[in-house]
Design a protein around this ligand. Structure first.
Ligand code: AMP
Ligand code: TRP
Length: 358
C-alpha cells in the first residue's frame, strides 16, 4: 500500500486542510509503514507557479508549510517528505501524460474555470495544466492511495483516466493497473476522511473553508490561538432555530450548525452522532461553539508549540527535504525508465544494456 499526497505551499494551512488532509497523512504514514511500503508527501511548489506569485515569498511559504507538516506529526524517518521541484521526473512525466489528456477536458475542469474567471491578469497555460502535473505527481510513484479532501475529486478522476489511457495505449500487456493489479502505471484510489472531508467557512457555511475566502474571520488557521481563535468560533454563523432539537446535523438545512458539529466530531475523533449526543444538555448554540472551540484548541495547541520550535531552523527543514528528495527521485526514476521505454523516448533499454555490458 503506497500512499502519496501533495499540498500547496500557501504557508500556514487552515483547519480544513488539517482535518481533511494533513491528519490523514499522519495516519497514512503509519499505515504504509505497517504494510512495508512507502508514503510520500510533497510540497507542490511548481503548482504555485500557476497563479501570480513572488519568488522569495514562495520559498518562505514552502518552509512554513513543511514546518506545519512536521509539527502535525510527519516524520522524515518514517515517510518521504519532499519539495516537488527537487524531483525532475514530475515535470518530465507531466509532458508525457499530455500525450493522452484531452485539452477540452482540462478547459472544462471546475478549478480552471473558477480560477480563470477570478484572475484579473494572466490566465497562464500552467493553470490549465495544473491537473496534469498533479496526475504526474502521483503516477510517478505508482501510488495506490491519495489522501485528500472532497474538493479534489475531479482532479483524481482525471488522474485515474490518464493512468488508464497510458496503460491501454502504451503497455496493454503489462496489466490494467486497476484495483491492485499491476500495470505500467497504477490507477490510484482517492481517500477522504469519513468526518471532515469538506470543512466549510465559519462565516459563509455554504462555501468551503479556503485561504482565499472573502472574510478572513471565517477561516481558522492551524496557528490561530487565544482570543483570535475564540472570536472566530463565537462569531460563527448558525441559524435562528432555538430550543430542543436545534443542534442537529442537516448540512442542507442547517449548514452552520452542521459544520460546527463536523469540526467538533473530527477534532474529538468521534462520530457526528456522538458529537450531537454530547450536546444533549446544551442551552443553545453558544454551548456548541464553546465545545467546538475547546476541541479544536486542544487538537491544535501541540502543533502550534512544535511549529514554533521547528520553523526557525531553516537548515534542518532543508536537510529533511533533501533527504526526502533523494529517496523520491529513486522511486520516480524506477517508473520513468518503464514509461520512457513504453512511450518510445530516450535510450532504448536494449541499447542501454549493451552499452553497460561492454
Ligand atoms: P491545498 O491547500 O489546496 O493544497 O489543499 C491541501 C489539502 O487540503 C487537499 O487535500 C484538499 O483537498 C484539502 N482541503 C482544502 N480545503 C479543504 C476543506 N475546506 N475541507 C477539507 N479539506 C480541504
Ligand atoms: N491540487 C491539490 C490541492 O489543491 C494539491 C496537489 C498537488 C496534490 N499534487 C497533488 C494532492 C498530488 C494530492 C496528490 O490540494
Amino acid at each position: 500500500m503506497r500512499i502519496f499526497s501533495g499540498i500547496q505551499p500557501t504557508g500556514i494551512k487552515h483547519l480544513g486542510n488539517y482535518i481533511g488532509a494533513i491528519r490523514q497523512y499522519v495516519d497514512g504514514q503509519e499505515r504504509a509503514a505497517a504494510s512495508g511500503d512507502d508514503s510520500l508527501f510533497c510540497v507542490v511548489d511548481l503548482h504555485a507557479l500557476t497563479v501570480a506569485y513572488d519568488p522569495a515569498e514562495l520559498r518562505d511559504r514552502v518552509y512554513d508549510t513543511t514546518a506545519i507538516l512536521l509539527a502535525a506529526g510527519l516524520d522524515p524517518d518514517k515517510c518521504i517528505l519532499f519539495r516537488q521541484s527537487d524531483v525532475r521526473q514530475h515535470s518530465e512525466l507531466t509532458w508525457m501524460l499530455s500525450a493522452v489528456v484531452p485539452n477540452g477536458r482540462l478547459a472544462r475542469m471546475h478549478q480552471f474555470r473558477d480560477k480563470s474567471v477570478a484572475q484579473r491578469d494572466l490566465v497562464s497555460a500552467g493553470l490549465l495544466f495544473y491537473p496534469v502535473l498533479m496526475a504526474a505527481d502521483v503516477l510517478a510513484y505508482r501510488a495506490d492511495e491519495v489522501p485528500v479532501g472532497e474538493d479534489q475529486r475531479e482532479h483524481l478522476e482525471l488522474m485515474r483516466d490518464a493512468a488508464r489511457d497510458v496503460n491501454k495505449r502504451f503497455a496493454p500487456d503489462l496489466g490494467s493497473g486497476e484495483g491492485g493489479e499491476g500495470g505500467l502505471l497504477i490507477v490510484p484510489e482517492q481517500r477522504t476522511p469519513e468526518v471532515g472531508a469538506r470543512i466549510m467557512d465559519l462565516q459563509e457555511p455554504t462555501r468551503k473553508m479556503s485561504t482565499s475566502a472573502a472574510s478572513p474571520e471565517g477561516t481558522v488557521y492551524v496557528l490561530d490561538e487565544g482570543k483570535a481563535l475564540e472570536k472566530k468560533f463565537k462569531r460563527a454563523v448558525t441559524d435562528s432555530d432555538s430550543g430542543e432539537g436545534s443542534i442537529r446535523y442537516a448540512p442542507k438545512e442547517k449548514p452552520g450548525v452542521s459544520n460546527l458539529l463536523e469540526i467538533l466530531a473530527a477534532s474529538r475523533r468521534t462520530s457526528i452522532d456522538e458529537a450531537v449526543a454530547s450536546l444533549a444538555g446544551a442551552r443553545g448554540y453558544g454551548d456548541l461553539k464553546m465545545a467546538t472551540l475547546a476541541a479544536v484548541d486542544e487538537e491544535l495547541t501541540p502543533i502550534r508549540e512544535r511549529y514554533a520550535e521547528l520553523r526557525p531552523d531553516v537548515a534542518a527543514i532543508e536537510e529533511a527535504l533533501a533527504k526526502g528528495a533523494a529517496r523520491a527521485s529513486e522511486l520516480a526514476e524506477e517508473t520513468m525508465v518503464d514509461v520512457r521505454e513504453a512511450m518510445g523516448v530516450g535510450i532504448p533499454r536494449a541499447v542501454q544494456a549493451k552499452a553497460s555490458s561492454r
